[in-house]
Design a protein around this ligand. Structure first.
Ligand SMILES: [Zn+2]
Length: 308
């Protein structure tokens, strides 16, 4: 899914407007969610970079209005404030230069999912990113920089080795990608690596049940996907949803935390389940889909636009 496509931008704006209209009558919510940034820099932005100033506004708002928790704790009990985990993907060097000092300024921690091909300056991954983002090797952390980030108290997870779409690979190749990155990071940091984020992350498009089974067998404890909704109480731990963040305004951030964009996540869930049922050669009636999505429960909890 392209987060910048016109129809999706229009849908997101409409959901924010609906959320704002319903704010006055909405009951307080006990939500948990995970935000996902990539590059954070003041200038020469890549298409998915967050400007430093926007990132600081986000952190200031999150520190004031939310309980910022570790990604490893998102499946924990609810709190009186929204619980939010901050994550980063890929391993941009600007994370260490700009994001970590701002996180420290607000006393916050984040989890950084690293594609280990960058650390080893693997030409395969450098070439993929050079073509997509016009990046060079120096735009990414090397082993020394990652050690520095880890020593600053930040958490580290894996993001495969060469950042290919796992669904384009055989099961054997997926195992190699997920296992190699885990081993490299563990050797480098001397710590077990328990969290993984699937590259591109959209359920049914970038990973499937085979992927999550491989990750579990390799010794990971949890997996992060890209799915625009909050974390549920009984969330499968290898499919923890995250919102991609780029240049969202404070109004949009507040609406995301409040649940305005969750219907987009329900659609993404449905795509995943549909693919899984096709793989298993089983029918997937709409009624079953609705029950599985738990959309009805979220309606009861006033999570659609805050209008109920
Ligand atoms: Zn990535």
């Amino acid at each position: 899914m392209n987060p910048y496509s016109l129809p999706l931008r229009a849908l997101r704006q409409a959901l924010v407007k609906g959320y704002q209209l319903g704010r006055a009558v909405r009951s307080p919510q006990r939500r948990t969610l995970v935000l996902n940034y990539h590059s954070v820099r003041p200038a020469q932005l890549f298409f998915n970079s967050t400007p430093t100033q926007v990132f600081e506004q986000h952190l200031e708002w999150l520190a004031a209005h939310c309980e910022v928790v570790d990604f490893a704790e998102v499946c924990g009990p609810a709190s009186h404030k929204p619980r939010v985990a901050i994550t980063f993907d890929d391993g941009f060097r600007d994370n260490l230069e700009f994001a970590v000092p701002l996180l420290q300024k607000y006393g916050l921690k984040a989890t950084f999912f690293i594609s280990t091909g960058f650390l080893e300056r693997d030409p395969v991954i450098l070439d993929i990113f050079a073509r997509t983002f016009q990046t060079t090797a120096n735009d990414f952390m090397d082993a020394e920089a990652l050690r520095e980030l880890f020593a600053a108290g930040m958490r580290v997870g894996a993001h495969t080795h060469s950042h290919r779409n796992l669904l384009s690979l055989s099961a054997r190749e997926q195992e190699e990608e997920l296992g190699r990155s885990k081993t490299i990071l563990e050797d480098l940091l001397g710590q077990p690596i328990q969290s993984v984020a699937y590259p591109f992350g959209v359920p049914g498009k970038a990973f499937d049940l085979t992927t999550t089974q491989i990750a579990e067998a390799l010794g990971y404890s949890r997996g992060a996907m890209v799915c625009w909704r909050g974390v549920r109480a009984q969330e499968p731990v290898f499919r923890i949803p995250r919102f991609i963040m780029v240049r969202e305004s404070l109004a949009e951030l507040e609406a995301i935390v409040g649940g305005a964009w969750d219907p987009i996540g329900w659609y993404q869930d449905w795509r995943f389940s549909l693919r899984a049922s096709r793989q298993a050669n089983k029918p997937y009636p709409l009624a079953v889909a609705l029950l599985e999505q738990q959309a009805w429960m979220e309606l009861v909890h006033c999570r659609i636009l805050g209008l109920l």
